[in-house]
Every structure is written in structure tokens, then in C-alpha cells.
Ligand binder design. Structure first.
Ligand code: GTP
Ligand code: MG
Length: 188
């Protein structure tokens, strides 16, 4: 769907993926579904530009969203994407949970903290996924994740569920799938 208004009507539970452009949303979707090429990925940021629905087992849907924070995109486009992604996250009644993806290689970024804070303030159920863990050593990765959690704790209450993933090393797939299964089952 190129905007919120054209999203297909559905009663099935939806699990959405958001995060900074190029953080690995589409790659993670392919990894979780074990189907390379299902969601379109690219080494260049700004690749996903629509709300993409993937129906899973006729039972629930994965939703791939355009990333935020791609500086080389026009201000007009950035605002338009932000508008329809926000409309989706706020308005979609069958949205069960949004995974917010964060690059595990870098220290906490204002943009990501602002985004998570906004999701919390809107009471949208969410979990964090720290991506590309194959590209950083365990100790600095752990530090980045801990620093992010600490910075978030200063802004909002609650302890978010945190996952880490590497689509390259193929780790933690079942942790995420188990969480999704449990989240979906709260609905039926
Ligand atoms: P937009 O659609 O532009 O917002 O990006 P996206 O978040 O969907 O990112 P995408 O999945 O297209 O991945 C961006 C780049 O990161 C691609 O070159 C991927 O191959 C790479 N990538 C994604 N996940 C991983 C990972 O776990 N490890 C490594 N090494 N690379 C990854
Ligand atoms: Mg994408």
C-alpha cells in the first residue's frame, strides 16, 4: 500500500517492523520467514517505500514499513512516509506488536530513542531488536544495548523486551518466532 488509506482491510493479527533506513527490517523478515527475496532488501538505504503486507499461513501478517531517518530523501518524502507509517501504527486495529530495529554496532542515537519514546507514549505494544550482531564483537555490542536501555529508562517507564539478531550468522530466529507466536495467541 502506498499510503494508510489503501491498506487492505483485515481481521488477522499483524506484526510490523520499523527502524532507521538500512537497519535490516526487510532482511529480518526474510530470515524469519525463511524465504530469501520475499521482502525486497538493498545495501542502499531508503529501499522500502510502501507498507508491505505478507500473509503468513493464512493466519497472520508481517508488515514491512519504510525506514525513518534517511537524510538523502527529500523533506517532503520523509514527511509523507512518516505520516502514513504513523497513521498505520496508530490506526491499525489488528496491529499486535511492532518490532523496532536498532543497529547493534552504534551507541544510542537520539533518533531511535525519540522513536521508541513516541511508540511508548502512544501505548503501541513493541519489542526492540538489535540487528547486525555479526558485525560487532560481543562486548561493545552488549555495551551499546545496555546504554540504549539505560537512556530509554531515563525517558520512559517500563522494561522493553530486547532481542538481538544476525541474518548472517542466523541467530535468535526462534526467540523472535516464539515471541510472535505468544503475542498472536493473546488475541485469539
Ligand atoms: P529500508 O527498506 O531502506 O528502510 O532498509 P531495511 O531496514 O529494510 O534494510 P535491509 O533489510 O534492506 O538491509 C540493509 C542492508 O543491511 C542490506 O545490505 C543487508 O544485507 C544488510 N543486513 C541486514 N541485516 C544484516 C545482518 O544481520 N548482518 C549483516 N552483516 N548485514 C545485514
Ligand atoms: Mg526495507
Amino acid at each position: 500500500s502506498p499510503d494508510y488509506e489503501t491498506c487492505p482491510e483485515s481481521d488477522l493479527g499483524e506484526i510490523a517492523f520499523i527502524g532507521r533506513s538500512n537497519v535490516g527490517k526487510s532482511s529480518l523478515i526474510n530470515y524469519l520467514t525463511n524465504s530469501e527475496g520475499l521482502a525486497k532488501t538493498s545495501s542502499k538505504p531508503g529501499h522500502t517505500t510502501m507498507i508491505n503486507f505478507f500473509l503468513i499461513n493464512n493466519a497472520w501478517s508481517i508488515v514491512d514499513l519504510p525506514g525513518y531517518g534517511y537524510a538523502r530523501r527529500s523533506k517532503e518524502d520523509r514527511e509523507r512516509f512518516h505520516g502514513f507509517v504513523s497513521d498505520y501504527l496508530l490506526g491499525r486495529r489488528n496491529l499486535i506488536c511492532v518490532f523496532i530495529l536498532i543497529d547493534s554496532r552504534i551507541p544510542p542515537q537520539e533518533l531511535d530513542l525519540d522513536y521508541v519514546e513516541w511508540i511508548v507514549s502512544c501505548r503501541i505494544p513493541f519489542a526492540l531488536v538489535f540487528t547486525k550482531t555479526d558485525k560487532i564483537k560481543p562486548t561493545p555490542r552488549k555495551q551499546n544495548i545496555e546504554k540504549f536501555a539505560a537512556a530509554l529508562a531515563e525517558r520512559c517507564s517500563g522494561t522493553p523486551k530486547i532481542f538481538a539478531s544476525s541474518t548472517k550468522n542466523k541467530t535468535d530466529r526462534f526467540d523472535l518466532l516464539d515471541f510472535i507466536e505468544a503475542a498472536l495467541s493473546t488475541r485469539s
